[in-house]
Design a protein around this ligand. Structure first.
Ligand code: E4P
Length: 309
């Protein structure tokens, strides 16, 4: 078993045993310097956003869900499938997660086969549970049974709507290729219930005793550094737990950190050892910028004018 001080080393050992995520293509002299770095997926169904992130070399996969499809303009299941087919084609051979909408085992397996046939890079998203929240008479193990059925059919599964490490563990046990803990929703929930008196947002942005002269929570470095590594975000803590459990038993299912809200959570997931981060396009767009990068660019650009005739 892992002791707290060996967790980081164990997570690293598991990562480097997994297949390279950024392999250097044959014949290339300059090797990729981050062969075991996590993959970054786009959490969106918007084709144009996906295309520009893909063409910029920023993403190596996509995750969608019914809400994202609706937001991207799908008004019927046929339209949703058309949009998914286009995304699968654009991203091929990189993985694209498509979520089931059916709720009983036989129909879910049938729908999974239908979605898997849309493209060989499809990954089927199966909710871990919640079936009784929709129909109290439903089998609570519906999701786990379907994941196992799909594993038997060699169909890759992304087990979704995970909010604790036990759910992640069982999803891996029945054959999920990916497990998706929703860290942002968990942080939002905890924050709302633990601190109803505070402004909306997740706990990560409320660092005690780190207020600036204006009395707000801005810090020049990440909140993680500002709080001396104190974990304020329950969502990120979940990623730590799952990575530690998977390392304990050398579980090969990939930890797909989901429901990210901001670039700080992105950093924290990297510190926690997530295998993949799926990030909304709006958050990915903020990644290259920082107020000091802007200031530096402006001054370099001003000085460069001296060289421009
Ligand atoms: C994961 O794959 C989901 O699509 C997603 O991350 C949900 O995030 P949300 O909480 O922003 O809806």
């Amino acid at each position: 078993m892992l002791s707290p001080e060996s967790i980081g080393a164990a997570i690293h050992a598991r990562r480097v045993r997994l297949p390279e995520t950024h392999a250097t293509p044959a014949g290339k002299r300059l090797a990729h310097r981050a062969p075991h770095a996590p993959m970054i997926f786009a959490d969106t169904a918007d084709y144009d956003d996906i295309k520009s992130l893909y063409e910029a070399g920023i993403i190596t996969g996509v995750t969608t869900n019914p809400t994202l499809l609706k937001k991207a303009g799908a008004r019927s299941w046929d339209q949703a499938k058309e949009m998914l087919t286009a995304i699968l084609k654009l991203m091929h051979p990189m993985p694209v997660s498509l979520e089931l909408t059916m709720l009983n085992r036989e129909e879910m397996v049938r729908q999974a086969e239908e979605l898997a046939a849309l493209g060989e890079n499809s990954v089927i998203k199966v909710p871990i549970g919640g079936y009784r929240a929709i129909d109290p008479a439903a089998d609570p193990y519906t999701g786990l049974r379907v994941i196992h059925d799909l594993w038997e059919r060699d169909i890759r599964v992304n087990c979704t709507l995970i909010f604790n490490s036990t759910q992640a563990f069982w999803a891996a046990m029945v054959g999920a290729t990916y497990v998706s803990p929703f860290l942002g929703r968990l942080a939002d929930y905890e924050y709302k219930h633990d601190h109803p008196e505070r402004p909306a947002g997740n706990a990560l942005y409320w660092i005690e005793d780190h207020r600036n002269a204006q009395g707000d929570q801005h810090v020049s470095n990440s909140e993680y550094v500002a709080s001396a590594g104190a974990r304020k975000d329950t969502g990120v803590r979940l990623i730590h737990e799952i990575c530690a459990i998977f390392s304990n038993y050398d579980i090969q299912s990939l930890v797909l950190a989901s429901s990210l809200r901001n670039p700080v959570q992105l950093t924290e997931c990297l510190l926690a050892g997530a295998d993949i981060l799926t990030v909304p396009a709006e958050v990915l767009k903020t990644v290259p910028d920082h107020p000091l990068t802007d200031a530096g660019m402006i001054s370099f650009n001003d000085d460069a004018q001296a060289f421009i005739k």
